[in-house]
Design a protein around this ligand. Structure first.
Ligand code: NAP
Ligand code: FE
Length: 656
C-alpha cells in the first residue's frame, strides 16, 4: 500500500458573516495586525469594514496596507512588509482575492525575518512566519487553505510559487463578499477553482485522502457550472457552493500541487496580462485530452456532469477568447515548461517536446467571440445538454485541425528528412562514378598521348637530323644524348623568347668544369659555335626533346591521375615536332628582323646624307648672312662718321 498523509493546519469557517461571528478568533493572534488588501474591492464589498470593526471590538490595533497589486511582485510584498516591521505588528490579515491572500503569507515571512530579503522566500530552508488570517472575497484560488503564495518575479519575467510554505492559521470564508461586479471575475475565479480540482485529481500525488476533496469539489462545482454561461449574478446559494468548492479545491492542491495548466498559465499572465483563471482555463481541454489515464478523466467529467470530453471542451471554449501567441514565444514557453521540474513531476506520464508543443498549440491560437450574451435569456430553461448543443463547436474544430496539421507537419518533416538523406547518398554515389569515369578517361588519354608523343618524337628525331643537316651540322644528336636532360635543360633558353634579346655569347651554353667532366658534349659545343645564330638558339629546346626521344622511360610521366595527362600535353616539353616548327618559325622571324634592320639602316643613311646636305646649305647661308652683316656694319660706321662730321660743321657754324 502506498503511503498517504493529510495535513491542513488551517481553521476554516465557511459561513455568512463569519468575520463578526468569529471575531474572538480573529483577534486571538496578537495585539496589532497588518491588514493587506487591494485598492478597492474590499472597501466595496464590506470585507475590510467587517475586519476592522471586529478587531476594534476586540481591542486589537491594526494598520492597513491597501496597495497589493494583482499578481503581487517581490517589490510589492517587500514594501508592505516594511510597513509591518515599522508598526511592530504581531500578525497579518489578507483580505481579497488570491493576490492579497498570497501576499499576506510572503509578508508574514518577511516581517518575522527582518534580516531576510524577498528573494529569500525562494530559499527552501524553512523560515518562521507571523500568523496569517485570510478573508477571501473571490471563489477561485483557495489560497485561504493552501500554504502557497505565487509571486511575480520581474527578474525572471514570470510568476512562481515561493519555496516558503505558510498555511494560514485561520480562514474566514464569507460567500457574501463574492460581489461579482463583473462576469469575467466570476468566470476567471471559478475556472481557477475548477483547474485546481482537475489538476489535483489528475496528479502524480493524488491519493484517496486528497481525492476525497477533489471529487467532492468537482461534484459541487459541476452542480453550479451553468451560472458561468449566463449574465445574471449567481444566487446566494450558487455563490456559497462556488466558495465552498474553491476552498475545498485549495485543500486538495495543498496536498498535490497543481499541474501543467498552472505552470503554462504563468507565461500568459506575465507576458500577455491574461487573468489567472483565464490563463489556466485555456489549457484545460488540451490537458484533459492528453491525460493518458482515460478512466480518471471519465470520473472527472462524470463528477462535473459533462456527457463527454467534447461537451467539456465546448463549455470551456465558450468562456474565453482565444489567445494568440507568437512562434518564438511558443518555443520559449515550451523550453520553460520542459525545465519546470515541479510541474513535470506532478504529471504522471512522460513528457516530450512535441507533446508540450501540442498542449500549447491546442490551447492558444486565433481569436473567437465570447457567448455569454446568448445564454443570458435562456438561463433557467436551458439544461446543460441543450446548452452544449447550441454552443458553437468552433475552437474544438480548430484544436482538432491544429493537431492534425501538427501531425501532418511532423510527417512532412520526417519525409523531407528521409528524402534529403536519400539525395545525399545518391549524390555521393554519382560523384564516385563520375570520379572513376574521369580517372579512366584521363588514363586513356594519357596513354594515347604517350604513344603519340613517342611517334612524334621519332619523327622529330628524323626532322631534327634533317634540319641540322641542312644547317651543316649532322652530328649533334648522338652527342647530346650523353648529357643529363635536366642539366642541359637548365642551360637552354626558353622557347619563344624575344629575338632582340642579347644573342648567346660563345660558350654560354657551357656547363661548369665539374659538369663538363660529367657531361661530355664537345661535339655539340663545337658545332654550336659554328652554327648560325638562329640555329644555335633553337637547338636548346631540341636538345631536351631529343633526349626524351632516346630515353623515353626517364621522362615518361606516371599516368595515374588526370593531372599527368595535362603534363604530357605540354608541347614545349614533350612534342619535338612542335619544337622543329618553332625553330623554323624563329629562324624565319630573325631573317625578317634582320631585313628590317638593314632597311632601317639604309633609310637612316639616306636621312643622314640629306641632313649633311642641309647642313652644308645652312653653312653657306650663314656665311652669306655674315658677309652681308659685315657690309652693313661697314656702311653704318661710314654713316656715323659722316654724321659726326656734319655735326661738327654745324657746331662750328653756331660758334661763329
Ligand atoms: P485577484 O488578483 O486577487 O483580484 C483580481 C481583481 O478582482 C482585483 O481587481 C480585485 O480588486 C478584484 N476583486 C477581488 N474581490 C472582489 C469582489 N468580491 N468583487 C469584485 N472585485 C473583486 O484575483 P484572484 O483570481 O482571486 O487571485 C489571483 C492570484 O491568486 C494570482 O496571483 C494567482 O497566481 C494566485 N493564486 C494562488 C493560489 C494559491 O494556492 N495560493 C492558487 C491559485 C492562484 P482589488 O484588489 O482592487 O480590491
Ligand atoms: Fe490557481
Amino acid at each position: 500500500m502506498r503511503s498517504m498523509n493529510f495535513y491542513i493546519p488551517t481553521k476554516i469557517h465557511v459561513q455568512k458573516d463569519c468575520v463578526s461571528n468569529y471575531m474572538t478568533e480573529l483577534a486571538s493572534f496578537g495585539t496589532k495586525a497588518l491588514i493587506v488588501t487591494g485598492a478597492n474591492s474590499s472597501k466595496q464589498n464590506g470585507s475590510l469594514k467587517d475586519v476592522t470593526e471586529a478587531l476594534s471590538a476586540q481591542g486589537v490595533l491594526y494598520v492597513i496596507f491597501d496597495s497589493i497589486e494583482q499578481n503581487p511582485s517581490l517589490e510589492n510584498v517587500t514594501k508592505a512588509a516594511q510597513v509591518g516591521k515599522e508598526e511592530n505588528v504581531d500578525y497579518v490579515i489578507g483580505i481579497g482575492g488570491g493576490s492579497p491572500m498570497d501576499a499576506a503569507k510572503a509578508i508574514a515571512v518577511l516581517i518575522a525575518n527582518p534580516d531576510k530579503q524577498a528573494k529569500d522566500l525562494y530559499n527552501p530552508t524553512p523560515l518562521k512566519a507571523l500568523p496569517v488570517v485570510e478573508v477571501p472575497t473571490t471563489a477561485g484560488t483557495g489560497s485561504e487553505a493552501t500554504p502557497y503564495a505565487i509571486l511575480t518575479l520581474h527578474e525572471e519575467k514570470t510568476k512562481r510559487s515561493m519555496a516558503q510554505k505558510v498555511f494560514p492559521e485561520l480562514a474566514l470564508v464569507d460567500p457574501g463578499y463574492l460581489n461579482f461586479s463583473n462576469k469575467d471575475l466570476l468566470v476567471n475565479t471559478a475556472i481557477d477553482a475548477l483547474a485546481h480540482l482537475i489538476e489535483s485529481y489528475l496528479n502524480t500525488n493524488a491519493d484517496p485522502f486528497n481525492r476525497m476533496l477533489s471529487e467532492y469539489g468537482l461534484d459541487l462545482w459541476g452542480s453550479v457550472k451553468e451560472v458561468l454561461l449566463i449574465e445574471d449574478d449567481p444566487t446566494e446559494e450558487e455563490a456559497e457552493t462556488l466558495a465552498l468548492a474553491s476552498t475545498i479545491a485549495g485543500m486538495a492542491i495543498s496536498h498535490t500541487g497543481t499541474s501543467l495548466p498552472h505552470g503554462m498559465s504563468y507565461y500568459l499572465t506575465y507576458e500577455k496580462g491574461i487573468p489567472h483563471g483565464n490563463a489556466v482555463g485555456v489549457f484545460l481541454p488540451a490537458f484533459i485530452d492528453l491525460y493518458e489515464d482515460r478512466s480518471q478523466v471519465k470520473t472527472v467529467l462524470r463528477l462535473l456532469e459533462f456527457r463527454n470530453e467534447k461537451s467539456f471542451f465546448k463549455f470551456i471554449d465558450s468562456l474565453f477568447d482565444i489567445i494568440s501567441i507568437e512562434q518564438d514565444e511558443l518555443d520559449r514557453y515550451v523550453d520553460g515548461m520542459l525545465s519546470n521540474e515541479k510541474k513535470l513531476a506532478n504529471y504522471p506520464f512522460p513528457m516530450t517536446r512535441e507533446t508540450m508543443e501540442l498542449l500549447f498549440l491546442n490551447s492558444v491560437s486565433v481569436e473567437k467571440k465570447k457567448l455569454f450574451t446568448f445564454f443570458k435569456k435562456n438561463k433557467k430553461e436551458q439544461p446543460a445538454e441543450k446548452i452544449e448543443a447550441v454552443i458553437e463547436p468552433k475552437k474544438q474544430t480548430e484544436a482538432e485541425q491544429l493537431a492534425a496539421l501538427r501531425v501532418e507537419q511532423e510527417k512532412a518533416r520526417e519525409q523531407a528528412e528521409i528524402k534529403k538523406e536519400e539525395a545525399k547518398k545518391k549524390a555521393m554515389e554519382q560523384e564516385k562514378v563520375e570520379k572513376e569515369k574521369a580517372y579512366r578517361e584521363a588514363r586513356e588519354k594519357a596513354l594515347m598521348a604517350r604513344e603519340q608523343a613517342a611517334k612524334e618524337a621519332a619523327e622529330a628525331k628524323k626532322q631534327t637530323s634533317i634540319a641540322l643537316e641542312e644547317a651543316g651540322k649532322t652530328t649533334v644528336i648522338p652527342n647530346v644524348l650523353k648529357a643529363k636532360p635536366e642539366e642541359i635543360q637548365k642551360k637552354s633558353k626558353p622557347a619563344g623568347r624575344s629575338l632582340f634579346a642579347p644573342q648567346p655569347e660563345k660558350g654560354e651554353v657551357k656547363a661548369t668544369k665539374q659538369e663538363k667532366k660529367k657531361v661530355e658534349m664537345p661535339n655539340i659545343m663545337k658545332n654550336m659555335k659554328k652554327a648560325p645564330e638562329p640555329v644555335k638558339e633553337v637547338l636548346e629546346p631540341i636538345k631536351v626533346e631529343a633526349i626524351k626521344v632516346e630515353e623515353p622511360k626517364k621522362v615518361e610521366p606516371k599516368v595515374v591521375e588526370p593531372k599527368v595527362a595535362s603534363t604530357i600535353s605540354r608541347p614545349e616539353i614533350n612534342n619535338p615536332l612542335e619544337s622543329i616548327k618553332r625553330a623554323q618559325a624563329a629562324a624565319e622571324a630573325e631573317r625578317k628582323a634582320r631585313e628590317e634592320v638593314e632597311k632601317a639602316a639604309q633609310m637612316a643613311a639616306e636621312e643622314a646624307k640629306k641632313a649633311e646636305e642641309a647642313a652644308k646649305a645652312a653653312a653657306v647661308a650663314r656665311a652669306a648672312a655674315a658677309a652681308r652683316a659685315e657690309e652693313l656694319q661697314r656702311r653704318l660706321a661710314e654713316a656715323e662718321k659722316r654724321a659726326e662730321e656734319a655735326k661738327k660743321a654745324i657746331d662750328s657754324l653756331k660758334d661763329e
